[in-house]
Design a protein around this ligand. Sequence first.
Ligand code: SF4
Length: 122
Amino acid sequence: ESLEPASKHQRIEYPKPDGVLTFDRLSSVFLSNTNHEEDQPIHLQLKNPELQKTSELDVYAGPSTRYCPAGVYEWVEKDGQDVYVINAQNCVHCKTCDIKDPNQNINWVPPQGGEGPVYPNM
Ligand code: SF4
């Protein structure tokens, strides 16, 4: 409910992490020791894959690539097409995507075998 179309806003250019006070996302994901078997059924499911392109990207400029703290979601160009990539193995189970997706199109389900981040060791 809080997201507005990207056309109503100016793009924010964030400074790169300095490695002192701010850190890149994948270094922080590494610290969580998150682990999912590579070939397990994906635990991040799209209800309607088309909607990610027509709305999440075209209207909202791909917010999942910014709000996900683990860099799970990427829009990459392949053969002139925008392709939505879900790196589910990096998920740290915060469930932000399940709540924040503007179309409620991402469904987080518990991963097979209870895999994921190892928070007790942090
Ligand atoms: S639950 Fe969603 S937002 Fe959170 S880390 Fe996993 S994919 Fe990213």
